[in-house]
Design a protein around this ligand. Structure first.
Ligand code: ATP
Length: 313
């Protein structure tokens, strides 16, 4: 086929823990990642030129070679020069629904969709692990975005192990449109303040990772115990971001006051999510929190946890 459309879900972090520094300059992490069905639609079409061209109606999305979707297509051209020559360039149209610079892996999931889509379009027959390896060359969150669902991510986030699927939990996502948090700032500030807690020996790192594997949150996920899952949410970066951004803290508190299952900042923020047992409850609480906070910049979305990453439509 000459064209494909793909659904590219956003992700949230149910657990984000910084363990230490790595020789490559990244942080050693252990995270529990979850796909949600708020997603972008990516259309790919062979364009008969040798160019990669990007289209997106959202002016905040860069349309040059800094776009992760562009980088993904370029990587495929470099890795598979023969098919690239046969099939020519590609037009990538991004229907952007995921808030930008929000800690929801918007760019990463677009890159993941381009890898999966070009694999189909060029009939390369790459397996999910092969696609994830390519994804790791583009960014730490890309491998998870390819396979999606519920997973433990270790290393710098690129080593993925699936966990039992969750899908019956509803997620309110909330973000102030006038607020952004720099991911490098959040991680560098964490390093400055918590360096004394970093584990550097591989035994210690394995032990810490194992503790999460065999810990209560993974147990709760296996038992699909939504209340327990909600009570065990954890993100180290809240220690950095919440003191600097009191409105983000106030948002989490506002959700907790409504008796949601749990509420947490996703990734380096500033998006906050809250878990609920039903769509009705999620929609009602989203409305109530918007009324309580009464700030026109506060945007809310209601989504459901989903069991997949990139899918062709
Ligand atoms: P992560 O959770 O992986 O840190 P994020 O959700 O915080 O990512 P993105 O939405 O990926 O952040 O956007 C971060 C920056 O990346 C944007 O400000 C934008 O300039 C750039 N960017 C590059 N490619 C894309 C893309 N396809 N969609 C959105 N932003 C992109």
């Amino acid at each position: 086929m000459q064209s494909y459309s793909l659904f590219a879900p956003a992700k949230i972090n149910l657990h984000l823990e910084i363990i230490g520094d790595r020789a490559d300059g990244y942080h050693q992490l252990v995270m529990i990642m979850q796909s949600v069905n708020l997603g972008d639609i990516i259309h790919l079409r062979a364009n008969g030129t040798d160019e990669i061209r990007l289209f997106c109606q959202n002016p905040e999305v860069p349309l040059d070679n800094s776009n992760l979707a562009y980088k993904a297509a370029y990587l495929m051209q470099q890795q598979f020069p023969k098919p690239a020559q046969n099939f020519g360039g590609v037009d990538i149209t991004i229907e952007k629904n995921i808030p930008i610079a929000a800690g929801l892996a918007g760019g990463s999931t677009n890159a993941a969709a381009v890898l999966v889509g070009i694999n189909l379009m060029w009939s390369l027959g790459l397996t999910q692990p092969e696609l994830r390896d390519l994804g790791a060359l583009l960014g730490s969150d890309v491998p998870f975005c390819i396979s999606g669902g519920t997973s433990i991510a270790t290393g710098r986030g690129e080593e993925i192990e699936p966990l039992p699927d969750l899908s019956d939990i509803w997620v309110i996502l909330a973000k102030y449109s006038n607020l952004s948090v720099s991911t490098p700032w959040a991680y560098n500030s964490y390093r400055e303040q918590y360096n004394h807690l970093y584990i550097s020996d591989s035994h210690g790192i394995n032990q810490r990772t194992h503790q999460v594997h065999s810990g209560n949150l993974v147990k709760a996920i296996s038992q699909r115990d939504s209340r327990q899952i909600g009570s065990l949410l954890y993100n180290d970066l809240e220690k950095i971001v919440l003191p600097q951004f009191p409105t983000v803290k106030a948002l989490i508190d506002a959700f907790k006051a409504k008796n949601v299952l749990g509420s947490l900042m996703s990734g380096s923020g500033p998006t906050v999510f809250a878990l609920c047992d039903s769509q009705n409850q999620a929609e009602l609480i989203a409305l109530e929190v918007k009324q309580t906070i009464n700030d026109p910049n506060l945007k809310c979305w209601v989504a459901q946890m989903c069991t997949h990453g990139i899918i062709a439509l």
